[in-house]
Design a protein around this ligand. Structure first.
Ligand code: NAD
Ligand code: WQD
Length: 334
């Protein structure tokens, strides 16, 4: 039997494909390539020396889903396909609702038609909104503050309702904190389109001389150096969490929500300094106004994932910075 990976050509999906293939899993990948390309499919095959079926298809296309399920013995799904820009979701909330919420529903309906009831879902720490406490535990209240975050919570709700009505469903909801880094091969990583919103891709473009300087959004937060603190987790560690979650569901767990982070927060200035030290390169920056919607601190309590999934982040902030820069140079992102 095979695992269907939706959005498998994307940043997190491609790294998860590598981890699954290296663990001997059979996979089928689908992606509409709206934010990725065939290159990552080729790269996954090159890294792993394994082949797998790839479908250029949309999760909103029921006929395509039926074909994929009919042509492959699929018994479980890891669902990454989705749109992820907070800023774009504010401009186009309905596009985000259609893709992320109706997309998830359409996928689940296809799963039901093909009697496939096991799914690992990509959620986000963004569902916590302004965290009621740090470190954030899974039972903290969910109150997303932007349309993107709301779509993630609505998709979680669809899954929760499916499970409430039919306990044959086995569902793992993974709430990622801030994934950064790239595969050690430098062949897959995060390829930003346009000017990035996220810190690490921005740092890479500045370092490469393509943007003038990093604007540090606020230095008057109640944090040790005044800049925002986040939980950055290496993409390869994050990818492994999916394998652990899938194994947990196979062992019989029927529903769970897990934070996937390191448990340690780094400030914006700490990230810039680590990047400079590790890669021996200057990162020009200036202090700018706070960015609307940002919170001072957000980092995970990942102990539930360790206790229940046996998953723990292994890679350091130095490895994250080194791998980001290695991927950027390797892929001439600038
Ligand atoms: P990504 O854009 O690199 O990957 C998503 C992939 O899904 C892309 O390859 C895209 O082409 C594909 N896709 C989008 N809509 C689709 C559709 N309707 N049908 C088929 N394919 C579609 O993003 P990512 O960073 O790899 O994120 C993967 C998932 O994890 C997303 O659901 C995202 O919301 C979630 N997530 C990401 C982060 C992050 O910081 N990167 C954090 C938390 C959660
Ligand atoms: C990190 C820190 C910024 C850019 C976002 C989404 C979240 C999730 C992960 C998907 C903050 C500061 C940033 C810059 C800066 N994605 N910063 N200058 O905002 O924690 O989370 O990505 O689910 O939903 O909201 O990540 O990388 O944008 O910011 O100073 O040019 O870097 O203020 O403190 P964020 P980020």
């Amino acid at each position: 039997m095979a695992v269907l990976i939706t959005g498998g050509a994307g940043y997190i999906g491609s790294h998860t494909c590598v981890e699954l293939l290296e663990a001997g899993e059979k996979i089928v990948v689908m992606d509409n390539l709206s934010n990725s390309s065939h290159n990552s499919i080729d790269a996954i095959k090159k890294i792993t020396a394994r082949d797998f079926p790839f479908y250029e298809a949309d999760i909103l296309d029921s006929d395509a889903l039926d074909r994929i399920f009919s042509e492959n013995g699929i018994d479980s799904v890891i669902h990454f396909a989705g749109l992820k820009s907070v800023a774009e979701s504010v401009r186009e909330p309905l596009k985000y609702h259609r893709n992320n919420v109706i997309g998830t529903q359409t996928l689940c309906e296809a799963m039901l038609r093909h009697n496939c009831k096991t799914i690992v879902f990509s959620s986000s720490a963004t569902v916590y909104g302004v965290p009621e406490k740090v470190p954030v535990t899974e039972d903290c209240q969910t109150a997303p503050t932007n349309p993107y975050g709301k779509t993630k919570l609505e998709a979680e709700e669809i899954l929760r309702r499916l499970h409430d009505e039919d306990i044959e469903w086995k569902i793992a909801v993974l709430r990622y904190f801030n994934p950064i880094g790239a595969h050690a091969s430098g062949l897959i990583g995060e390829k930003p389109t346009g000017i990035p919103n996220n810190l690490m891709p921005y740092v890479c473009l500045v370092t490469a001389g393509k943007l003038d300087e990093v604007r540090v959004f606020g230095n008057d937060y109640p944090t040790p150096d005044g800049t925002g603190v986040r939980d950055y987790v290496h993409i390869s560690d994050l990818a492994k969490a999916h394998l652990c979650a899938m194994r947990k569901l196979r062992e019989g767990t029927d529903f769970g929500v897990w934070n996937i982070g390191t448990g340690k927060g780094y400030s914006v200035l700490e990230i810039i300094k680590a990047f400079e030290r590790v890669n021996k390169i200057a990162v020009p920056y200036s202090i700018a106004e706070r960015r609307d919607g940002d919170v001072a601190e957000c980092y995970a309590d990942p102990s539930k994932a360790y206790r229940e999934l046996g998953w723990k982040a292994e890679k350091s902030i130095d490895e994250m910075c080194a791998d980001c820069w290695n991927y950027s140079k390797n892929n001439k992102l600038f």
